[in-house]
Ligand binder design. Structure first.
Ligand code: GLU
Length: 441
């Protein structure tokens, strides 16, 4: 059965880049009728925070990316230690004692000699006595996985045929000197034991994948299908990493962007399929196709979320936004008329209170000097309220007859006087909602 997972580290809130990973894995599972696991990668006890775990769940729920199962790596330590023992027994795990400074020096030397900065495996040559002495002097070492130095190949779901020479990769550290279990091993144990069939993640993980394939094979697990999506850049191709803080899902939500706008954009951006607003997550899942994605960095511009959000709102019935309309202060008997008038004229639901305030309190009239007399004359012709949808027609007809103005010269000054703006919804719909018309004096 198809099983995927989204595996955030709870050291921060999720951002637009993580959303891409979460969404791809979610859609693959949903399309196949499989299982989507939310896995909290919290082996780093110092940096992991409960508030981030709560935040991640809240964000995923807001997006509608619901999970079938949740797993915490911090609760599975025993499994990882068992796997570590197994690797140790096989002679694939060794302790190394170099300090970060020593490692850095080695790397610099290698680079100076034009060699790739790969760990030289000096620790493999240590005798038991030497290890005991080093342990005494420096405390416990790190534990490295001994790669088999042959090529590692896989058919990547996005990148195609990948082949990495293990000799060009350092033996990965799986357990830190302070005993912290690192993601590389924990993730492999989880993916294997939880029956994960597809792993989709950012292309920054390609080298990890090479080493993880060898670890999975050493532990006797089944290698899942791997796919690495490109990383997002800003609209100009600039690195997005520094801005990811402000591109958190909660930030985008606070801006009033619609979840379906985010999902629809991210399900297509960087693929050969056009971006279009989906009506449901099921529809997104049905049409999702990993093979349509390219390997080039994907340009992301958060401004693109605005027209998508506006499009979604234009097609929303009142029932779907009744809460936001009520929260804007609109009384229930005016809600339908209000929503029908403003939904084509808002960027996000955050614009609702402003519109309601305009209708309730009236707008500061916008009257050009040369229109002063005209507006005074027109206002005298405006019938007393309450106004209905026919008021605008009868009123402008009367104004036209009395003043001789027509077309734009007739309508625009009236719109500006009533709404304080030179654009906006159909005036015959606006008038019945206006509780006060300040231009009347
Ligand atoms: N916790 C890892 C990360 O956030 C998960 C990577 C993976 O999907 O394997 O980068």
């Amino acid at each position: 059965m198809t099983t995927t997972r989204f595996a955030p580290s709870p050291t921060g809130y999720i951002h637009i880049g993580n959303l891409r990973t979460a969404l791809f894995n979610f859609l693959i599972a949903r399309k196949a009728g499989g299982t989507f696991i939310l896995r909290i990668d919290d082996t780093d006890q110092e940096r992991s925070r409960q508030e981030y775990i709560d935040g991640i769940m809240e964000d995923l729920e807001w997006l509608g990316l619901t999970w079938d199962r949740i797993e915490y790596q911090s609760k599975r330590m025993e499994r990882y230690l068992e796997a570590a023992d197994k690797l140790r027994d096989m002679g694939r795990f060794y302790e190394a004692f170099e300090t970060p400074v020593e490692l850095d020096l080695k790397r610099k030397k290698q680079l100076n000699m034009g060699k790739p900065p790969v760990y030289d495996r000096a620790a493999l040559a240590l005798s038991d006595d030497e290890k005991a002495r080093l342990r005494e002097e420096r405390g416990p070492g790190v534990w490295r996985f001994k790669l088999d130095q042959h090529r590692i190949n896989w058919q990547d779901g996005i990148l195609g045929e990948i082949s990495i020479d293990a000799a060009s990769v350092s033996d990965p550290v799986l357990i830190r000197a302070d005993g912290q279990m690192l993601y590389t091993l924990a993730s492999v144990v989880d993916d294997t034991e939880m029956g994960v069939t597809h792993v989709v993640r950012g292309s920054d993980h390609v080298t990890n994948t090479a080493t993880q394939i060898q670890i999975i094979e050493a532990l006797g697990g089944t290698v899942p299908g791997f796919a690495h999506h490109s990383l997002l850049t800003g609209p100009q191709g600039e690195a997005l990493s520094k801005r990811l803080g402000v591109l958190s899902i909660r930030d985008l939500r606070a801006q009033g962007l619609e979840p379906m706008a985010l999902l629809s954009l991210m399900a297509r951006l960087g693929s050969s399929q056009p971006v279009e607003v989906a009506s449901s997550i099921e529809e997104l899942a049905e049409n999702f196709d990993l093979s349509t994605f390219g390997s080039a960095p994907t340009k992301f511009d958060e401004k693109d979320l605005l027209p998508l959000t506006a499009h979604i709102l234009q097609h929303r019935p009142l029932a779907d936004v009744a809460e936001a309309v009520a929260a804007a202060g609109v009384p229930e008997d005016k809600a339908e008329a209000f929503w029908m008038v403003v939904r084509d004229n808002i960027a996000t639901l955050k614009d609702l209170p402003g519109w309601w305030q305009l209708f309730r309190d009236g707008a500061e009239p916008l009257i050009d000097e040369e229109d002063r007399d005209f507006i005074a004359e027109a206002m005298a012709l405006l019938p007393d309220g309450p106004h209905d949808e026919t008021t605008w027609g009868t009123w402008t007809k009367a104004v036209k007859e009395q003043t001789g103005r027509k077309g734009r010269g007739l309508f625009m000054p009236l719109r500006k006087a009533v709404t304080g703006m030179d654009h906006g919804p159909d005036m015959s719909q606006v008038l019945p909602l206006m509780q006060v018309i300040r231009a009347r004096g």
